[in-house]
Design a protein around this ligand. Structure first.
Ligand SMILES: *Cc1c(COP(=O)(O)O)cnc(C)c1O
Length: 403
């Protein structure tokens, strides 16, 4: 029932600690290394705390060969034991359906492997690159678009060629924007991340660096003052976080995001639209409004990629468009993300919007607003030459009279 409660109290930021770990000293709880060491990553560990369905138990066994299961205690605590359809549970606990590959699904849905000039560096757009710096995360999302390499248990492995990647960036001046992702770059130690950022910052044509990370959500304990002090040396630096459900924005997460924002780092959020997790206007509205309270601007809402074994989590494209229609105009403009599909096979992000143009005719468009009211907007009229000449004569005459 806490699913419904979240919607009634969307502005509530609360801690769920220590939850399923009642014996833990708070000093340990707030230590990122303790959280990582105590991740739930075995069937036994999971069953100690939750009653699993047969479908989940089979999913956990499958996961060992596909995409590992791993859940930080912090994030695990958001699971509602009483709710078999808990939106947190569906994101991180494997299910049997992951073992079924739909005909439309792909191992590399965004065609990244065919756009790598150097292993680990995806260069698809003219002026920016995606730099895959690690294959590990604090916890694993069951719909991971990079499950072919992430977590290290599948057949394919990420083999980032560090020196070759830096040399490619140094000799490719059209790259002005580098996005660090993976895996999760914030799993690196402060020193290691500092070295990567320093090397990138030494390249004069790289204007803009950003980090894609779910660590503030999975492991807010990692967002230490020391990390923030290191990151702020590398401005302009942006961070894109990944939040899907308002319950993920706990008081610890809000405080961690506040530390990043206080370090001058603009924060955006990327959500994946997931069936049974966040596929309603009510959940999305609560999420985006809470994000603004955490000083995070909703950036993209992704249609779930066609990753192998994700059919049970995907939604029809029309659902995402309907969600945007239910947000735009109804809430703060800053709160409305851009809905996108990453073109299957490597088309890049394609924006999808509700249709606001009802009709186009020569000289005008017919529009509807968020409430369905209809408006006409005409193209600009051209002033007739004769009227312009008359106006010019009048101006000239009055200027002469005033002299
Ligand atoms: C998403 C993505 C980017 C960044 O795209 P933006 O629209 O600038 O956020 C860059 N490269 C690749 C390969 C991507 O998938």
């Amino acid at each position: 029932m806490s699913h419904a409660a979240d919607l009634n109290t969307p502005l509530e930021f609360r801690s769920h600690a220590p939850g399923y770990w009642p014996e833990t000293a708070m000093g340990h709880w707030h230590d990122a290394r303790w959280q990582l060491r105590h991740r739930v990553d075995t069937l036994a560990g999971l069953e100690e705390r939750l009653v699993l369905s047969d479908v989940e138990r089979a999913g956990v066994l499958l996961a060992g060969h596909k995409l590992a299961m791993s859940i930080t205690p912090h994030f695990f605590n958001l699971i509602d034991r009483e709710d078999p359809d808990c939106p947190i549970r569906r994101q991180v606990i494997p299910r049997l359906e992951e073992g079924w590959t739909a005909p439309e699904e792909l191992a590399d849905p965004c065609g990244e492997d065919s756009h790598m000039p150097v292993p680990g560096l995806v260069h698809r757009y003219p002026d920016r690159v995606l730099f895959l710096v690690t294959d590990r995360c604090a916890s694993y999302c069951r719909y991971c678009t990079r499950s072919r390499v992430v977590s290290g248990v599948g057949e394919q492995h990420l083999e980032t060629q560090w020196e070759a990647a830096f040399r490619y960036l140094e000799r490719t001046p059209q790259v002005r924007d580098v996005l660090l992702s993976g895996g999760d770059p914030l799993l690196f130690t402060d020193d290691r991340l500092d070295r990567v950022l320093t090397r990138l910052r030494a390249i004069p044509h790289i204007q803009f660096v950003r980090i894609g990370t779910r660590i503030p959500i999975f492991l807010p304990q990692r967002i230490t003052p020391a990390l923030c002090a290191m990151l702020r040396k590398h401005h302009p630096l942006f961070i894109s976080i990944h939040t899907n459900h308002p319950r993920e924005l706990t008081s610890e997460v809000r405080d961690a995001l506040g530390r990043l924002a206080d370090a001058g780092i603009p924060l955006g959020n990327q959500s994946v639209l997931l069936r049974g997790v966040n596929d309603s206007v009510a959940v999305q509205r609560a999420l985006v409004q809470k994000l603004l309270m955490c000083r995070v601007r909703p950036y993209y809402l992704y249609q779930c990629d066609l990753i192998n074994g994700s059919a049970h989590l995907r939604t029809p494209v029309a659902d995402g468009i309907a969600i945007i229609d239910g947000l735009r105009g109804h809430t703060t403009g800053y709160a409305v993300p851009q809905f996108v599909i990453d073109g299957p096979g490597g088309g890049g992000k394609i924006p999808l919007n509700p249709e606001y143009i009802i009709d186009t005719a020569p000289g005008k468009v017919t529009l509807r607003n968020y409430e369905g009211e209809v408006f006409e907007y005409p193209d600009p009229s051209q002033p007739p030459a004769a009227e312009l000449r008359e106006l010019l004569d009048k101006c000239t005459a009055s200027a002469a009279a005033g002299r």
